[in-house]
Design a protein around this ligand. Sequence first.
Ligand SMILES: NC(=O)c1ccc[n+]([C@@H]2O[C@H](COP(=O)([O-])OP(=O)(O)OC[C@H]3O[C@@H](n4cnc5c(N)ncnc54)[C@H](O)[C@@H]3O)[C@@H](O)[C@H]2O)c1
Length: 317
Amino acid sequence: MAHAVVTGGSGFLGSHLVDTLLDDKYRVTVLDNHGSGRPANLAHIEPSRLNVRKHDVREPFPEFDDVDVVYHMASRASPDDFDSHAVEIALTNSEGTKNALECAREHDARTVIASTSEVYGNPEAHPQTEEYNGNVNIRGPRAPYDESKRFAEALAVAYRQRYGMDIRTVRIFNTYGPRMRPDDGRVVPNFLSQAISGDDLTVYGDGSQTRSFCFVSDLIEGIRRFADAPAEDAAGEVVNIGNTHEITIRELADIVLEVVDTDSEVVQKPLPQDDPELRCPDISKAREMLDWEPEISISDGLERTIPYFEKQLSLSA
Ligand SMILES: NC(=O)c1ccc[n+]([C@@H]2O[C@H](COP(=O)([O-])OP(=O)(O)OC[C@H]3O[C@@H](n4cnc5c(N)ncnc54)[C@H](O)[C@@H]3O)[C@@H](O)[C@H]2O)c1
């Protein structure tokens, strides 16, 4: 059985990734400090099928007999944490990425690094292709996250140049679905929690800023296709994975109000500094290289997510 090490495997995306790896008969080890992730995200898996180790990736990885692929997913990703956990995030994406790459180097394993559309900052190019170098405020409030992700990408390039390793970098655009924490702080959990609880939906600014929301199963399918693609196509590559259906935050609020049975209304609050105005992936490369594109519409994806949020909110009530 091939052995996959998944950092951040107790988190939202990591836990869905683990599910697909187990389905495909991988032996899976999760390394997670359970900071923003939760063991409950993996509770549906028979314990004998999965090795979960509480481990902070800022520390060197445990010894393994063999590793075939490292998926480096660990990092807090909520803007709510960019200030309160700034140093932790910056070091998770720098020291943590180094430790992930060192583990892969020792075992001659493939590495998949989870980067983010945040590396494009407040983009002047639209939609964003992988060639676009971004417009990031290196001293801004998002810098501990977006600059450290940029460093993670640079470190991956350096390790590949120096050691010839098979390293693949995926730039993930806004993704949502079951297993996001209702109090995660990102916009979809915010809106769903508010609508289900009957509270008003908070829109920052006038809501004209755009995002493109990808349902989690589409995203994980894209990551797996990239990870499993032949080395001659994918080693050393970076690819955008996300949904191209761009909507304003105000439109998202209206869709949530349609799909959740609620009396909530929309209220506006001031826009945080450096909140990107536009965000939409160009996924031509993923289409061509991986024959992949997302299939699930925003309203379908929200319908699939609502029961999870209803359950979580009733448990915490
Ligand atoms: N969900 C999105 O829309 C999105 C978008 C762009 C990029 N990403 C990236 O995808 C990855 C997963 O994000 P997510 O949305 O699942 O967030 P999440 O917070 O649910 O998951 C992150 C996981 O990493 C763990 N973690 C954080 N720091 C760690 C450390 N130092 N050591 C060990 N474990 C640590 C957390 O406990 C958690 O389980 C992150 O790298 C994130 O930057 C996500």
